[in-house]
Design a binder for this molecule. Structure first.
Ligand code: HEM
Length: 403
């Protein structure tokens, strides 16, 4: 009689170093490298762990990001409520995805980022002035990492700053896998109500298009090309995607740098290394650790496994970014790593639209920190760090530093 193999329950917990992926990823990569696991609702899902296989899946025309398609995998009841209540272009396939994404690409070009840099620098300067005036120790999360992207995305979209605290709390509820589905839906509705009000104001008084939502109103909503309700979903998603991710990446990146004081000193001595340091922070942490869920729309062969149409897939970005076949010594944090073809922003048509903005904010923040606080160090021990793991964005709650 053939042995009955029980599929392992996914997601796996990080049992050793919380900054390292679950040990199962390396086992699967070696033994699988593509294997099935079981989700909370009994559904089987394919886990893809090798860099080449993840790239293949994410660039295949035979996968869908549509959460309404049978087989699209979800990690908890709260996550199901979340993905079905923010159904915008990140969860669409071409041609609808292409249509909406095109409306936004010019907002995230390198030229636009160059224009934005002075205002991002001014925000960082103001936040660091206040942090330094307050004296050490200070929590980087509340002093810099959260307010920076929140202020940048609010200004960029044209969302009044008074909404920030509410929007952040709702984002946290939506991000957490353990959240109650009703709470998630209420948070999504509340966010959309705020953005609905903001957009109606832009549609009525777009002025000369001073911010992204005003330009969206002028070019697409008021011309009838973009329905108001879709614009509300897009605006809500941009707000969410634009602040919690960058906040977490900045905090975790700084944590790793300060845990490797030799590398922090290297940066202080050679600020041109900042760009490479940012790429390594992105690779090493891969904070969007459960992004890139897909469902197959046709049979496909990946890493020796046959994935059938309708099967759910997790293209594990964190596993791919620690694949030793692509990254020598993948579990070593090395700001001089080159080349560094990581997929922290995913790959293929859904690759992060906001990555130039995230890189800009990380660059300005890190460059300013090494210049103004070259003696920066951790002011808490490793066992005081609290990580949020079972959530869409991996993060650390508090990071106390001194200088
Ligand atoms: C360090 C910061 C960030 C990380 C690690 C990150 C990561 C990701 C990942 C992995 C995806 C792809 C999901 C998939 O393949 O299914 C994605 C998509 C996206 N991100 Fe980001 N993101 C970051 C910052 C931002 C920022 C600042 C914005 C700006 C608003 C943004 C906007 C978006 C949008 C609009 C998409 C959907 C793209 C599409 O479906 O075509 N992200 N992000």
């Amino acid at each position: 009689m053939a042995a009955v193999t029980e599929e392992p329950q996914f997601p796996f917990a990080r049992r050793n170093d919380p900054l390292d992926p679950p040990a199962e990823y390396a086992h699967i990569r070696l033994e699988g490298p593509v294997r099935k696991a079981r989700l909370w609702n009994g559904q089987n899902v394919w886990l893809v762990t090798r860099w080449t296989d993840v790239r293949q899946v994410l660039s295949s025309p035979h996968v869908s990001s549509d959460v309404q398609r049978k087989g699209y995998p979800s990690l908890s009841p709260g996550r199901t409520a979340q993905i079905t209540s923010r159904n915008t272009f990140i969860n669409m396939d071409p041609p609808a995805h292409t249509h909406y994404r095109r409306m936004l690409t010019k907002e995230f070009t390198l030229k636009r980022m160059t224009e934005l840099r002075p205002s991002v620098q001014a925000i960082v300067d103001r936040l660091l002035d206040a942090m330094i005036d307050g004296g050490a120790p200070a929590d980087i999360v509340t002093s810099l990492a959260r307010p920076l992207p929140a202020t940048v995305i609010s200004t960029m979209l044209g969302v009044p700053a008074r909404h920030y605290d509410d929007l952040r709390q709702w984002t946290e509820i939506r991000n957490d896998f353990a959240s109650d589905p009703d709470e998630v839906r209420t948070a999504a509705d509340s966010m959309m109500a705020v953005l609905d009000e903001v957009l109606k104001e832009k549609e009525a008084h777009p002025g000369d298009g001073a911010d992204l939502l005003a330009r969206l109103a002028i070019e697409y909503i008021n011309t009838g090309e973009l329905p108001h309700d879709e614009a509300v979903r897009i605006a809500t998603f941009l707000y969410m995607a634009g602040h919690s991710t960058t906040a977490s990446q900045l905090t975790l990146g700084l944590l790793s740098l300060l845990q490797h004081p030799d590398q922090f000193s290297m940066l202080v001595k050679q600020p041109t290394l900042v760009r490479g340091a940012i790429e390594e922070m992105l690779r090493f942490h891969t904070i969007a650790h459960f992004n890139a869920a897909r469902v197959a729309t046709a049979p496909m062969s990946v890493g020796g496994a046959t994935i059938d149409a309708g099967d759910g897939i997790f293209a594990l970005l964190l596993a791919a970014n620690r694949d030793p076949a692509t990254f020598p010594h993948p579990d070593t944090f090395d700001i001089a790593r080159s080349p560094n073809p990581h997929m922290a922003f995913s790959f293929g048509i859904h690759q992060c639209l906001g990555q130039p903005l995230a890189r800009l904010e990380l660059d300005v923040a890190l460059s300013s920190l090494i210049k103004r606080l070259p003696g920066l160090k951790l002011a808490m021990s490793a066992d005081e760090l609290k990580f949020t793991e079972m959530a869409q964005v991996f993060s650390v709650e508090t990071l106390n530093v001194a200088w």
